[in-house]
Ligand binder design. Sequence first.
Ligand SMILES: [Zn+2]
Length: 167
Amino acid sequence: MSHIVVCRLDPPGKEFEPLDCWLMEYFCDDVSCDCRFVALDAVANQVPDEILASIHLGWESVEFYQARTGCDREAAERFRAGCLDLANPGLDWAEAVLVELRKEVFSDPKVLTRFRRHYEIFRRELRRRERTAQSLAHGGLNVPPSSKKLAGLLGLNKGRRRPRRRF
Ligand SMILES: [Zn+2]
């Protein structure tokens, strides 16, 4: 479940050669946070060792992200539609990849449901580990560091890319 095969991307404007694109999923590992989004790295066999585009995407309503971060509606809509990671967008043509992914993948409600389900599974496991760590006198488990909150991802405090855990 660490990655999903997505589809063949073949932009009508020929911004890039046709690609078989995969999305690697990452989720927030701050146990006290419930930001409800997925960070996606788009990769392709045809472009080895490169991340084509790093994307943030939320599946809740625009109002949810607006209320949560205090950002304007436009920013929340971008987040909901899938937007490039401001700190580390990817290759020069990342925007063209994003456009195709929005059209071919993110427009499918089933895909959004799957991201949400994976997020819930990940969070459940995270809480379970947290409880286990707390129950140990000297916490033998490696509890991950907390990460930036959603507001940071929307560009309200740009900074270094946070460490992410592959799901
Ligand atoms: Zn979070």
